[in-house]
Design a protein around this ligand. Structure first.
Ligand code: SF4
Ligand SMILES: [Zn+2]
Length: 143
């Protein structure tokens, strides 16, 4: 039998990753409570398995899992170096195929589906093209 991965997780002796509902009344409370613990996930090699085990989106989880802070199953904060492939499969929604759909996936802690990814790329290219068309602002030097 293989060794239980949670025994090797950086959070194994830490408390407060899954706070009790009595400990916080708002998203801001949860940020204050758990935000400082998020850095513990930095060196953790088990982020993907942590998310797959906790299933934060489905469980409407409040707390820290996989390098993210979750509030009712939505990601409200994340480490800078999190990877999308640590997340679970995307759920297809009516918003899929749009930039808003990509945002929905991200809020729900899922990978972005291919059609939303494509929509994101197209919007980014369109914005870049529009920016390139705008005349450069005159820089006046009154010194
Ligand atoms: S990713 Fe999961 S297992 Fe690893 S430190 Fe964070 S909460 Fe613990
Ligand atoms: Zn999508």
């Amino acid at each position: 039998m293989s060794r239980d991965w949670t025994l090797d997780a950086p959070c194994r002796d830490e408390h407060g990753f899954t706070p009790s509902e009595d400990d916080f009344a708002s998203e801001a409370d949860l940020r204050r409570l758990c935000g400082p613990l998020l850095a513990t996930c930095g060196p953790c090699p088990f982020r993907a398995v942590c998310i797959a085990t906790v299933k934060p989106a489905q469980a409407r989880f409040d707390g820290i899992a996989g390098g993210r802070l979750w509030w009712g199953g939505l990601v409200i904060a994340a480490l800078d170096d999190v990877f999308e492939d640590e997340l679970t499969e995307p759920k297809l929604r009516a918003s899929c195929g749009t930039e808003a759909g990509a945002q929905d996936h991200k809020r729900h802690g899922e990978r972005v589906c291919p059609s939303c990814r494509q929509a994101e790329r197209e919007m980014a290219a369109r914005r870049k093209a529009q920016k390139a068309k705008q005349p450069k602002q005159l820089q006046l030097d009154f010194a």
